[in-house]
Ligand binder design. Structure first.
Ligand code: UD1
Ligand code: UDP
Length: 382
């Protein structure tokens, strides 16, 4: 007997995460799981969406809601409407939701109202900062899910603290949910695509980057892009680091940030940035190119959740441009430093890692088989 799942994707990191589960289904569960993919259309630029399908071997979506960008309420509402129709028609055994985006929230609202069990992958993560839209999305999603898969021990502990009972037994439901600590599907991906990236990507040559002589950076978090003071402090720090350190810096720029640079940077910083020969601002890159950039970087400076983790997977020091992180373990291990959007703290973190690079990268994110575990539990508990 085969179960039917509806997977919701929408934003770049969800498409990448979904590749891991789709691969596990194709390889080990093809006669037990029938997956339908729904793309909400939250991300739609070629290099934020389509590029990942062909490169990572993800089946083309069965449905695309094409909601596009917009205010959070309007965007989420359009997704809920579209997802509800699909769930009513397809009547799946589960809806599978990733992470903490508006697409995740929309899936959770639509499914919970019509009693479709929710599988939440990346459950339990918390920043304890409710001004982040993602914190609201993930809390709401967790609290109406049936199977909750946490990538880390901390995530699992957060769920227990919020009242989830690890001793619950089957049959599971949203009133009697199951929580698991199962490792990270992004780690599965990094292991799987690592050699492929090393063999196929020409991103270093294309951008004239020398291994270990450049910093990789990504910036897209809304409180950084939309607050001129924070955005300015980050770019002033990056300019100071590259000018003083003899390093290049490559910045595959999220379209959100690209749109904000001119308006939210001072004229002085914007001019310095435009003239800098060391800072290379490029379009968002494919996942294989991104992995290659991560593998060969001297250091990674980011406000991305996924890129923080990938820095750790590839044993690179990471400076986090946020006031806190959900990936507390990588800071505790000494592999990442929280510097927020504070110029002095960013530069200081850079100096600290340059003089004393982290040595310890204990295994935090599982064994590379999280996706298989998740598939197994879905089948067992359907
Ligand atoms: C979303 C997620 C965030 C995640 C990020 C991954 C929410 C609330 N936020 O943030 O958690 O880390 O995706 O990248 O769901 N845009 C384009 N082209 C695109 C997509 C977006 O130009 O293909 C621009 C639009 O101007 C849009 C802006 O980026 O308004 C923001 O896009 P949106 O999806 O709302 O949020 P992200 O910042 O991408
Ligand atoms: N990524 C990518 N190309 C880029 C930037 C990021 O493929 O130009 C990948 C990155 O390797 C990671 C994921 O996108 O797997 C992270 O997504 P993002 O930073 O957009 O969102 P977050 O993880 O913060 O939600």
């Amino acid at each position: 007997m085969s179960i039917k799942i509806v997977t919701i994707i929408g934003a770049r990191p969800q498409i990448i995460k979904a590749a891991a589960l789709s691969r596990a289904i194709r390889t080990h569960f093809s006669d037990q799981i029938n997956e339908l993919i729904v793309h909400t259309g939250q991300h739609y630029d070629e290099n934020m969406s389509e590029v990942f399908f062909s490169e990572l071997g993800i089946p083309q979506p069965d449905y695309n809601l094409q909601v596009g960008s917009g205010a959070h309420g309007r965007q989420t509402a359009r997704m809920i409407e579209g997802i509800e129709d699909i769930l009513e028609k397809e009547k799946p055994d589960y809806i599978v939701l990733y992470g903490d985006t508006n697409s995740t929230l929309a899936g959770a609202v639509a499914a919970s109202k019509i009693h479709i069990p929710i599988v939440h992958i990346e459950a339990g993560l918390r920043s304890f900062n409710k001004s982040m839209p993602e914190e609201i999305n993930r809390i709401l999603c967790d609290h109406c899910s049936t199977l909750l898969f946490s990538p880390t021990k901390t995530g699992h502990e957060n769920l227990v603290r919020e009242g989830f009972n690890p001793a619950n037994t089957a049959p599971f439901s949203s009133d009697n949910p199951a929580i698991y600590h199962c490792g990270d599907v992004m780690y599965d991906n990094s292991l799987y695509f690592s050699d492929m990236a090393a063999g196929n990507s020409k991103v270093l040559e294309k951008n004239q980057l020398t291994p270990n002589k450049y910093i990789l950076s990504t910036i897209h978090r809304n409180n950084n892009t939309d607050e001129p003071k924070r955005l300015g402090a980050i770019f002033e720090a990056l300019l100071q680091i590259v000018e003083g350190g003899g390093m290049d810096l490559v910045l595959p720029l999220h379209p959100r940030t690209a749109k904000m640079l001119k308006n939210n940077l001072s004229a002085n910083t914007f001019t310095k940035l435009s003239r800098s020969e060391r800072i290379k601002i490029i379009e968002p890159v494919s996942f294989l190119d991104m992995i290659r950039l991560e593998q060969q970087a001297a250091m990674i400076i980011t406000d991305s959740g996924g890129v923080q983790k990938e820095a750790y997977f590839f044993k690179k020091p990471c400076i986090i441009l946020r006031p806190e992180t959900e990936w507390k373990e990588i800071v505790d291990a000494g592999a990442a430093i929280i510097a927020d959007a504070d110029k002095a703290r960013i530069v200081q973190a850079w100096e600290q890692f340059t003089s004393a690079p982290p040595q310890q990268f204990p295994e935090i994110f599982g064994d590379g088989k999280a996706s298989e575990f998740i598939c197994g539990e879905m089948v067992r508990n359907a």
